[in-house]
Design a protein around this ligand. Structure first.
Ligand code: GDP
Length: 297
């Protein structure tokens, strides 16, 4: 994209942070994502139906929105980054207070540093007798992570996904970090989004969960996504409700794409179906050329 494509300062508005949870297997990533989802004040309105779609958004008691990528896996994070899709604003590093720093904890630290994304350390399983949060903080020093408790600038919080302890504090820290980052996007333009995950549904056809980066995605929009094109026939939020519009940082499931795109693909809204076909066929040619160029002789 050209430099001219940058939105003017006066068009920018605050947008919710996008958070990825990383950490060693069994340290509680899934449990924490579930527990955080449970703090959503809007949950229940939809009758408790939550569909799995790779990302969800909660509304906090204070009315702020936070988007969580529900893809607890370092592979997904790295794969997205490799494809140029840096959608994560903040990483929450989960470390089990009984188990401490483990190989995938270190891997997560390295991925986060490489991505240049700020980190918040959530010391989990603090309900356990064997929990030793102080040891976790000390061991983090060896990896140049100096948490607040050790007079550093990396926020840390003791939590328990099991009892709910520290969850409000974790959300507060996420919001504080988001404020420091001054996350903004122009909501009043044609949308650009990133595919989080996609699949072929037997009844509905290709379905893609996308995260809106800027602009507002609307039902009826003509789009290009990766090498596919289409028109937004319907959109569902993370509670399975139909929505007409999706502003920045909102994850939605999009119906109406001609084929199944790939995670990390960029979605762009264009002004005509002809333009959509031009862009998608150009991208298909590029993809073929790239494959040919990299194929072994
Ligand atoms: P993941 O592999 O990082 O996603 O970890 P899970 O969320 O699947 O949790 C692994 C195990 O630890 C499960 O048996 C959870 O019930 C348990 N667990 C997760 N969080 C807590 C916690 O805060 N306290 C306790 N006692 N157990 C937890």
């Amino acid at each position: 994209d050209s430099a001219a494509d940058v939105d003017a300062e006066d068009t920018l508005q605050a947008r919710p942070p996008v958070v990825t949870i990383m950490g060693h297997v069994d340290h509680g990533k899934t449990s924490l994502l579930d527990a955080l989802r449970g703090t959503d004040v809007v949950r229940g309105e939809a009758g408790g139906i939550t569909q799995h779609m790779g990302a969800y958004q909660i509304k906090t008691k204070g009315g702020d929105l936070v988007t969580f990528l529900d893809t607890p896996g370092h592979a997904a994070f790295t794969q997205m980054r490799m494809r140029g899709a840096n959608v994560t604003d903040i990483v929450v590093l989960v470390v089990a207070a009984d188990d401490g720093i483990m190989p995938q904890t270190i891997e997560a630290i390295n991925h986060t540093k490489a991505a240049g994304v700020p980190m918040i350390v959530a010391i989990n399983k603090c309900d356990k007798h064997e929990a030793n949060p102080q040891k976790v903080r000390e061991r983090l020093l060896e990896h140049e992570i100096v948490v607040e408790e050790m007079s550093g600038d990396v926020q840390d919080v003791e939590v328990s996904a099991k009892t709910g302890k520290g969850l409000d504090e974790l959300i507060e820290k996420i919001l504080l970090q988001a404020e420091l980052l001054e996350l903004k996007a122009n909501p009043d333009r044609e949308a650009e989004a990133t595919v989080i995950e996609a699949k072929l549904d037997k009844g509905k056809g290709p379905l893609a969960t996308v995260l809106v980066n800027r602009g507002t995605l609307k039902v009826g929009d003509i789009l290009v996504v990766g090498t596919e094109s289409g028109r937004v026939r319907a959109m569902l939020d993370d509670k399975g409700r139909q929505v007409k519009v999706a502003p920045p940082s909102m994850p939605v499931e999009v119906l109406g794409i001609g084929g199944v795109p790939m995670a990390g693909d960029k979605l762009t809204v264009v002004d005509s179906e002809q333009r959509a076909r031009e862009v998608s066929s150009w991208r298909q040619e590029q993809a073929t050329a790239k494959r040919t160029a990299t194929a072994p002789a």
